[in-house]
Design a protein around this ligand. Sequence first.
Ligand SMILES: NC(=O)C1=CN([C@@H]2O[C@H](COP(=O)(O)OP(=O)(O)OC[C@H]3O[C@@H](n4cnc5c(N)ncnc54)[C@H](OP(=O)(O)O)[C@@H]3O)[C@@H](O)[C@H]2O)C=CC1
Ligand SMILES: Nc1nc(=O)c2c([nH]1)NC[C@@H]1CN(c3ccc(C(=O)N[C@@H](CCC(=O)O)C(=O)O)cc3)C=[N+]21
Length: 275
Amino acid sequence: MKTLTGRDLAAAIRAQTEAEAAAGPQPRLAVVVATADEASLWYVRSIAKAAAGVGIACDIVDLGPAAAPEQIGETLARLSADPNVHGVLLQTPLPAGASAQELAAAIDPRKDVDGANPLSLGRLAAGLPAFPPATAAAVMALLDHYEVELLGRRAVVVGRSTVVGKPLAHLLLDRHATVTVCHSRTRDLAAVTATAEVLVAAVGRAGLIGASHVAPGAVVIDVGTNPTDDGGLTGDVDFDAVSGVAGALTPVPGGVGPVTTALLLRHTSRAANLP
Ligand SMILES: NC(=O)C1=CN([C@@H]2O[C@H](COP(=O)(O)OP(=O)(O)OC[C@H]3O[C@@H](n4cnc5c(N)ncnc54)[C@H](OP(=O)(O)O)[C@@H]3O)[C@@H](O)[C@H]2O)C=CC1
Ligand SMILES: Nc1nc(=O)c2c([nH]1)NC[C@@H]1CN(c3ccc(C(=O)N[C@@H](CCC(=O)O)C(=O)O)cc3)C=[N+]21
């Protein structure tokens, strides 16, 4: 069994992004925050730190956990209209009553570096240029980095969220995989996932995917980031059980997560250099 780590790939993407960013005007990413959620704030800090490391300016616009939807929408519209800002990210979760999907429509698609505007997902589905969500892009980047064949292969994605499952299904389809998407109403999940040559878990349930869910030799990508009692992080895949069956498996932490952050910065640098 091969462990598909993401840290080296993330470092390579950051190095390339640093060179790209240095070649033109300094890219600027604005991160809009309206939450006190600790995991979310951790992610924002790690974006800011990584941005500083590659020469990308990062403004954290913290509206606080009581922000009104109108205020969030106005902030996104203002940043989208600001010629000095190249990337806009709306961090989730949001205050009760605020819909990320509706609010993200206020992000200019050209600055939508985490593919959150419904227009971006529509363009992705239609095969038009758009930024995919960084996490979905990270799964593809890992598969490519480890030279996992997709053409004609059976791929199963567990999870159908707008952030991960749906855009990822389109990216896999574009690469000529035969794609099945599972969700909470899927009957006999294990029977479906066991048909996968490439299996992606993006659910948010620790250990959901066990040995019986995985075909011998399958490539398994674990997107889940579930907090553990001891303050750590664990995936959707039972790593120890599945590593006895799978051909290759990403760890959590150290798999999809670091690549996600690196690609968000790459998208920002690309957004700054759009014609
Ligand atoms: N590493 C990274 O960069 C990132 C990691 N994540 C992590 O990935 C995970 C998924 O995130 P996200 O997509 O936003 O989550 P959502 O909660 O939005 O979506 C979860 C999906 O899983 C499905 N699901 C829930 N329970 C089951 C089950 N028992 N069997 C099969 N499917 C099930 C849901 O089905 P239904 O639609 O029917 O409700 C839904 O489609 C989380 O752990 C999140 O923290 C997310 C983004 C980035
Ligand atoms: N619109 C949207 N886009 C997101 O990209 C998004 C989101 N919403 N909601 C929340 C999740 C979570 N997320 C993570 C990204 C990187 C790590 C990461 O790099 N984690 C490290 C470890 C961290 C640790 O050990 O605590 C790793 O996996 O190695 C984790 C989590 C992005 N998310």
